[in-house]
Ligand binder design. Structure first.
Ligand SMILES: [Zn+2]
Ligand SMILES: [Zn+2]
Length: 134
């Protein structure tokens, strides 16, 4: 019975994150005006990247500058940002999209989970309220 319970809670968590992803993807599809950006889709590398299917991302929680990453479709967007090995996460505290792992050392994660939500290491290090507003 406990195994079933565990599976149910995992499914609940999964459906919450799937719901969030679907909401993001449908917003992106609404934003798609067909505009292309220089460079190929960073996921399939076959089609040009499109403006609507991109995000400003940070390579690590302490990076000062973000950079744009574009894909060609909502499918590629989903794969690159949520399901690829070097995926990105959205920090619950600062709202930035940040690489999930250190590319040089994939065992080093750039986030910690609090109540099932991902928070970047920078937000965890900093006491509350001492953010950008200072
Ligand atoms: Zn693509
Ligand atoms: Zn953060």
């Amino acid at each position: 019975m406990s195994r079933k319970k565990k599976r149910l809670s995992r499914e609940a968590e999964k459906s919450v994150s799937e719901f969030a992803n679907k909401a993001v993807l449908s917003i992106l599809e609404m934003l798609d005006d067909g505009k292309e950006v220089p460079g190929m889709c960073l996921n399939c590398r076959e089609k040009p990247g499109r403006l609507a299917y991109g995000l400003m991302v940070y390579d690590n929680p302490w990076a000062v500058e973000s950079r744009p990453m574009h894909t060609c479709s909502s499918k590629c967007f989903e794969e690159l940002f949520y399901t690829s090995e070097l995926s990105f996460f959205r920090c619950t505290d600062c709202g930035r999209y940040i690489r999930s792992y250190n590319p040089a050392n994939p065992l080093e994660e750039y986030f910690a989970e609090e109540d099932g939500l991902k928070v970047c290491l920078k937000c965890i290090e900093e006491p509350e309220g001492s953010g950008d507003a200072v």
